[in-house]
Design a protein around this ligand. Sequence first.
Ligand code: DGY
Length: 331
Amino acid sequence: MTAPDRPARPKVVVTRELTDGVMHRMRELFDATLNREDRALSRSELDAAVADTDVLVPTITDRIDADLLAKASPRLKLIANFGVGVDHIDLHAARERKILVTNTPGVLTEDTADMTMALILSVPRRLGEGEKLIRAGQWDGWKPSGMLGHRVNGKTLGIIGMGRIGRAIARRANGFGIRVIYHNRHRLPEGVEAELGARFADLDTLFGQSDIVSVNCPHTPETHHLVNAHRLSQMRPDAYFVNTARGDIVDENALIEALEQGRIAGAGLDVYVGEPAVDPRLLKLSNTVLLPHMGSATYEGRAAMGEKVIANIRAWTDGHRPPDQVLEGWD
Ligand code: DGY
């Protein structure tokens, strides 16, 4: 049943092309304006979109800032983000305008944890370099000294951010015989720590003791540049760094300098500052594995994200609190 003050068939603008199934359902349920071109909307297209819609469905490639929201029609009441991270949305400006923001937690946890694990294995074992060697036709055969990397079994993984994704990584790491320490805003209950085989550590201990540091927290004002020159200097020269969360959690210049100077052993990155641009210095480094922000990129995950967006819009239309309303970012 529709709430009296909510449109039964809300106008919904979807900024990016989504999977066919999701777009079909959006058209069935809503007065949906879909982007059929596989590109981000320009700023003027976004301006026009917010000026004439009840619901906006953006993605990470849209900057939903205070200026944009100032141009929004009073009928814009819901920003149903397609994605879990919401650091591209000015939550404060949205709140001031009484616009609800929702995201899509849970459905991309396992995919992102898999991709993080892939980087945790790839960097110490030099998968990127090995693959390039073959493709360049430069492999001259097996030899005892060929492509030596570091064993991950028995090593320590330091996870920063023990939300859904951090926990899913810890579970995987257990299977590989990797010890897990973690840091989180709030320490987990003992029972959960025991189930995950994870020990809480302060950041000094985590950076100093980890063979691999993995960033899995949201990007918020508190975590901006959490990994800075000081933190990187606490890592050992044989330690690796992995980031599948957001580029801005890291001072990228400091990371590049640490890599260039061999102050850390390598990095696996799926996210960058100023995506899709990638700092050319990173491309020159052989001790990096670089992926194009594909942690959650599975057909299954995208379909489930779309369903979550739809569920949030429908709950709002029905006058209920959307299940994935964002209050202060991720936990
Ligand atoms: C997410 O959902 O946050 C992914 O990183 C894509 O935005």
